[in-house]
Design a protein around this ligand. Sequence first.
Ligand code: MRU
Length: 361
Amino acid sequence: MNNSQDGSARRTIWAAGHGTVEIIDQTLLPHEYTTRRLATVEEVAEAIAVMRVRGAPLIGATAAYGMAIAADVDPSDAALALARQILFATRPTAVNLGWALARMAAALAPLPPAERPAAAWAEAEAIATEDVALNGAIGDHGLALIEAAQKARPRGGPVNILTHCNAGWLATVGWGTATAPIYKAHAAGIPVHVWVDETRPRNQGASLTAWELAEAGVPHTLIADNAGGHLMRQGRVDLCIVGTDRTAANGDVCNKIGTYLKALAAYDNRVPFYVALPSPTLDLSLERGDDVPIEERAAAEVTDVTGRTADGRIETVCITTPATGASNPAFDVTPARLVTALVTERGIVEPMRLREVFGGA
Ligand code: MRU
């Protein structure tokens, strides 16, 4: 995809030589576009935990590079096992983390230690490159849904798409999952307009998705998280498309907190609710979404809000009294019955057919 100012493809993570990787520090967006070099497993783990990198596919790719960094320093079984443990402990919900770490371990374990560093960098690079390809294929399949939605609009006008959180290129290595069909539709000349949920408490919609869409020139409007149901009742949403951090075998989808409420509103208003799902985000070992571990993050993410002041300073302010505690579940589960279809790299799949389509993969 062309997402940089010179028209080339920008990635969210890349090998930067001398046993390091470089990332875009997403905690500073949209106010500052800054890259950051990670040179140790601890730095990689910190970047995932504080969400300098985030989004299920990017968490997986970053962890894979973390293993390559570890292998450069000490490729012994014991050192790699420790690195895997440190990286795995960062965030519990996105299955891509455990998937990527297991894939790295399977690639490295049979090799003599001397061969592991080169193999680890190659495997991490393969995971990153494959991610871009998977999301590109999701984009192609999702594009057909947007084309159909455009044809179904009686009076023309842009296809209004609602999305939650950031399942854009920043959440992946490239393209994004939920946004890939949107970028492809925009490039194909189909008029689209995106309703961007702000996505409290971390505001990935306001800070990241809106920034991405603005950079790509895709028409969009930021809305408060509570506005989606109202817009759907007014007939101003043609379809919803969101990402997922882990999808269970029965098609239940675990995604950013607030996704479930949007799916309920979509169901009540007969608005199609699509979930973009690359296969590494599928967890066929779990029967139901209720078995997904839900990350509980710091209360301060709810009680405090960070933004830019009129004179350009980035500041954090508290919006509660100190006497008020806060709970911060970071994800929720949307039951399969509320999901119209999953947009996968293999095509559009009904939630109940997941095992049939991906069971042998
Ligand atoms: O907490 P985050 O920002 O890592 O959560 C991200 C999401 O919930 C995304 O929707 C999901 O990872 C899919 S990304 C393609």
